[in-house]
Design a protein around this ligand. Structure first.
Ligand code: NAP
Length: 255
């Protein structure tokens, strides 16, 4: 039977890994797993499953039931729970695991970052800064954290409509868009919406980096939310490094 590998996805890196494996290692049986948060997704060159496993225990049962021999956790750097579930489930069944996560953005000269630990601290920072129009580029799920920032008006950019449950006060303006975004796109958005501060997760990567570059160009502050802590793990930053890890972990001998 072909070796079966589970890739936990939802990122550019997970898609890249699955594409590389499909061409370089076609005998590997790869399943790509999505949480199902977005309404549309690109075609993948591998079987896809969608939806949670039911916590670490559900994932443990899945690994056993599907005879998975290695797991690559390529979930987003801000996926707070899945890395812990992967650690627990893989440890329980003795399956090797790898975290594939892109490096964070690094502060550049001229950047005006206000670095904070989490979304609650980001909201406090917005409240303290006396800004008037704030662009939230934090995804759709945590917008309500900003509902108690009375002085500011918000523009939310997200792929799918934001979850405004619990948002008190005037609804934010919404811009629905999926990256990648160019510097010209981002300068245009910031200027046309008269934004004076941007809130961003330190997601890293190229697809959404232009907003950080645009803020540097315009001299705008960025409230930069740090990544959540994950479990100790063997970690790589690129899909190619993940392929090399799989080669070693599975002792690849054939193409
Ligand atoms: P999370 O807190 O780590 O996950 C919450 C729950 O969603 C998990 O416990 C699991 O449910 C399920 N889940 C997460 N990733 C999954 C996957 N790849 N396949 C199947 N189930 C998955 O993550 P999150 O922040 O909610 O993010 C959910 C997904 O969106 C992730 O796949 C992530 O890569 C992607 N994403 C997240 C962000 C972000 O900013 N958080 C941004 C872009 C993309 P069970 O416990 O039931 O298994």
């Amino acid at each position: 039977m072909n070796a079966r590998v589970l890739v936990l996805g939802g990122t550019t890196e997970s898609s890249a890994l699955v594409r590389i494996l499909a061409t370089q290692w076609p005998s590997l049986a790869v399943t790509l797993s999505f949480a199902g948060r977005t309404s549309t997704r690109a075609q993948a060159p591998a079987p896809v499953r969608v939806g949670g496993f039911g916590g670490a225990e559900g994932l443990r049962r899945y690994l056993l039931g599907e005879a998975i021999v290695a797991v690559v956790d390529a979930t987003h750097p801000f996926a707070a729970r899945m890395p812990f579930n992967v650690e627990a489930a893989c440890t329980a069944v003795g399956v090797p695991r790898l975290r594939l996560v892109r490096p964070p953005w690094r502060l550049q000269p001229q950047d005006r970052w206000l670095e904070v630990a989490d979304m609650a601290a980001a909201a406090e920072t917005v409240s303290r800064n006396g800004v008037t129009r704030v662009l939230l580029t934090i995804g759709r799920q945590e917008v309500a954290a900003f509902s108690r920032c009375p002085a500011a008006a918000f523009v939310v950019r997200s792929i799918d409509p934001p979850d405004l449950g619990g948002f008190v006060g005037a609804d934010p303006a919404v811009v629905l868009a999926r990256g990648p975004f160019s510097l010209a796109d981002e300068l245009d958005l910031l200027r046309s919406q008269q934004i004076d501060l941007v809130v961003s997760k330190n997601a890293g990567g190229e697809a959404t980096r232009a907003k950080i570059d645009a803020c540097r160009v315009l001299g705008l502050p960025v409230v930069m939310v740090a990544r959540p802590a994950g479990p100790a793990s063997t970690t790589v930053e690129t899909a190619n490094e993940a392929v090399r890890w799989l080669v070693r972990a599975l002792g690849k001998t054939e193409g």
